[in-house]
Design a protein around this ligand. Structure first.
Ligand SMILES: *Cc1c(COP(=O)(O)O)cnc(C)c1O
Length: 346
């Protein structure tokens, strides 16, 4: 029996059509700009997110870091939500690669308020670092896949732009955000100066992310990607799967959201756990574990014996992620396994 793997949407395997497209991809040396499949992916991606140009990169982390390197100068300060991926999970890249300090702001379920950002932007003063960039995250991973609306995005961008500050969107799962709100993704991506999104999560491609922005910005990002070692050669075999991901996989995210919603409703009924199902609007179900019962690692260790996999966020919090390889029956199986595991550990 294959496991019900709810650890992350990164575990998705490529579809049959992706594998065929990869096998048949026309390729060339992309460092010379001669890979037709990568060029096609980049054109398609730029158009879909409403920007002039786009660049294929090996990972979301490289996409974010290349964008930070391009937008900022050494000694500047980057404004971020305190639980953001760029702050927590990118190995200190902002300091290491861009020479910037990070200033974190507490969000409401991952969402920053415009006034908060306005107050955090530095005045010109010899003693202060200069604010170099505002980063947003949509959907917000640590907050449990919460979404930023088009209006909220617009308002945050306005505050930054009024102060002459650029905005980068970590949109690893921005197609989930668009799908959940039933809006065209450009409503969430066009207002920002740059966006990074992942092909290798819910969209199920095996490798890769895309950065999008102005032609001038993307030209500079190519330098950053080069220095990070991310300029690849006949990587059209990878980009081919990305093209299929963009053409065929953005609409089906709705199924993942339905599965997550069903899972959240079941989890809300389980005594040791607490989650507000109304907070679960995309493919991530994050819930707290009552310490009177057990810790998250204890529970997950036992759940694994029943072939259901998930990751702890910390000692008393669990995250489960739905994706292309999780069916509606898998959710029923996972819920039953969770009930049995709770009974066993009680
Ligand atoms: C996964 C993720 C990334 C990074 O993607 P990798 O391809 O794993 O480097 C960046 N931001 C967010 C919010 C993510 O969830």
């Amino acid at each position: 029996m294959t496991a019900v793997d709810l650890r992350s949407d990164t575990v998705t395997r490529p579809t049959a059509r992706m594998r065929r497209a990869m096998a048949e991809a026309e390729v060339g040396d992309d460092v010379y700009g001669e890979d037709p499949t990568i060029n096609r992916l980049q054109e398609l991606a730029a158009e879909m997110v409403g920007h002039e140009s786009a660049l294929f990169v090996p990972s979301g982390t490289m996409g974010n870091q290349a964008a930070l390197m391009t937008h900022t100068d050494r000694g500047q300060e980057i404004l971020l939500e305190e639980q953001s991926h760029i702050f927590l999970y990118e190995a200190g890249g902002a300091a290491l690669l861009s020479g910037c300090q990070t200033r974190t702001l507490p969000g409401d379920k991952g969402r920053l308020a415009p006034e908060q950002v306005r107050e955090a932007i530095r005045d010109e003063n010899m003693h202060f670092p200069r604010t170099g960039l505002l980063c947003l995250e949509n959907t917000h991973n640590r907050a449990g896949g919460t979404v930023l609306s088009a209006d909220m995005t617009q308002n945050l961008v306005e505050v930054a732009h009024d102060a002459g500050i650029k905005v980068h969107l970590d949109g690893a799962r921005v197609f989930n955000a668009a799908c959940a709100q039933d809006v065209d993704v450009t409503k969430l991506t066009a207002p920002v100066d740059s966006v990074q999104f992942c092909l290798s999560k819910g969209l199920a491609a095996p490798v890769g992310s895309v950065i999008a922005g102005s032609a001038e910005f993307i030209q500079e990002c190519m330098r950053a990607r080069k220095v990070l070692g991310g300029a690849m050669r006949q990587a059209g075999v990878l980009a081919a799967a990305g093209v299929v991901a963009l053409q065929e996989m953005t609409r089906r995210l709705e199924q993942d959201h339905e599965n997550a919603s069903r899972l959240a409703q079941a989890v809300a009924e389980m005594k040791p756990f607490s989650v507000d199902p109304d907070d679960v609007c995309t493919n991530i179900v994050a819930f707290d574990v009552d310490p009177e019962w057990f810790t998250a690692p204890e529970f997950l260790h036992s759940l694994r014996q029943r072939n259901v996999l998930a990751n702890p966020v910390h000692q008393q919090r669990i995250r489960m992620v739905t994706h292309y390889q999780i069916s509606s029956e898998d959710i029923s199986d996972a819920v039953e396994a969770m009930h049995r595991t709770i009974g066993e550990l009680k």
